[in-house]
Design a protein around this ligand. Structure first.
Ligand code: ADE
Ligand code: ZN
Length: 320
């Protein structure tokens, strides 16, 4: 499973931070983050909403472009060790440098240069998707979209929205998404992780994304499943994340295979792997164990992912 070449579309850069890396930065900067770690060193939190708080606390020690360069190298080393050949990562100007959007270009340059080093040394290709944070509100999404639009290009390829999908309505963020789309960025929105099928519908109707982050709760609305299949909307499924956070009580209950059977283009990603104690390899092992996914099905979902990737055609040809 580890050696299958994998394409991962949904990976938050800060969410990939190994706990030892964040603990080390906290020590260097004399910040007390002891409350977010278990005794054995892993991250600790009670539920998804507490996870978002712990995640934000962890990012508070990432205060310089060099911190982000080191983070990028650590995340990609782990991805490459799990057979990932191409990844897209969510980047949040809200977290880089404590939300000082004036410094965004410096952060992006550091991340990109670290990624290009890793491409040379480990053969893994990365592209960036700027993401606004839904629970920070629509006003905040505007400068974030401007950051994205100003740096849109062959490396920074998309714009999205993460965070608490139970807060606000997708339509409130239309200005930001229009700004990003006009700059040529491709669009993905987190929905249907916690907000049910209606949340997926709202995101599609209001923001017209070509991919949905998670989207798995669409399974509860058969007409919506048909729409996803007919319109070729790609789901960035993160089954290990969903099972760990309790969206589904166990692997057997996860709808990824039912969605696939219904003709929806599903893909597999890890979201925030060290926060959940998962890797791409462990997710593939679970998909094999619980749904009998074999090399052919893994090839299909990786094809879906590469087709839906936001990079240019020449990059896709190189990876395929
Ligand atoms: N940010 C990081 N991980 C997330 C998730 N699983 N859902 C929403 N926002 C996130
Ligand atoms: Zn996510």
């Amino acid at each position: 499973m580890r050696d299958i070449p994998k394409v991962e579309l949904h990976l938050h850069l800060e969410g990939g931070a190994p706990p030892a890396f964040i603990r080390g930065l906290a020590k260097e900067k004399s910040v007390d983050l002891s409350g977010i770690f278990r005794e054995d060193g892993g991250y600790t939190y009670r539920d998804f909403w507490h996870f978002l708080q712990v995640y934000e606390a962890a990012t508070s020690v990432l205060t310089t472009p060099e911190d982000y360069a080191r983070l990028t190298r650590a995340v990609l080393e782990e991805s490459a060790a799990n057979g990932v050949v191409y990844a897209e990562t969510f980047l949040s100007p809200d977290f880089c440098g404590g939300g000082d959007v004036g410094a965004w270009r410096d952060y992006l340059t550091a991340i990109r240069e670290a990624a290009e080093d890793m491409e040379r040394s480990h053969g893994i290709t990365l592209r960036g998707i700027v993401t606004c944070i839904r629970h920070f509100g629509p006003e905040r999404s505007r400068p974030i979209a401007v950051c994205a639009a100003e740096t849109a290009g062959d490396w920074l390829t998309g714009f999205g929205m993460a965070g608490d999908e139970l807060k606000g309505k997708p339509g409130d963020f239309l200005w930001a998404f229009d700004c990003a789309r006009e700059a040529g960025l491709r669009i993905t929105v987190h929905a249907g992780e916690w907000g049910g099928a209606a949340s997926v519908r709202d995101a599609l109707d209001a923001l017209n994304p070509e991919r949905i982050g998670h989207g798995v709760q669409a399974i509860d609305d058969p007409a919506l499943v048909d729409r996803l299949a007919e319109d070729g909307i790609v789901l960035e499924c993160c089954p290990g994340s969903n099972v760990f956070l309790g969206v589904y009580k166990d692997w057997r209950s996860h709808p990824i295979e039912r969605l696939r059977e219904r003709g929806v283009k599903v893909t597999v990603s890890t979201d925030d792997p060290p926060f959940f104690g998962i890797t791409m390899t462990s997710d593939y092992e679970n998909l094999n164990r619980h749904f009998g996914w074999d090399e052919e099905i893994f090839a299909e979902v990786n094809r879906n992912a590469l087709e839906a990737a936001f990079c240019d055609a020449a990059t896709k040809d190189k990876i395929a």
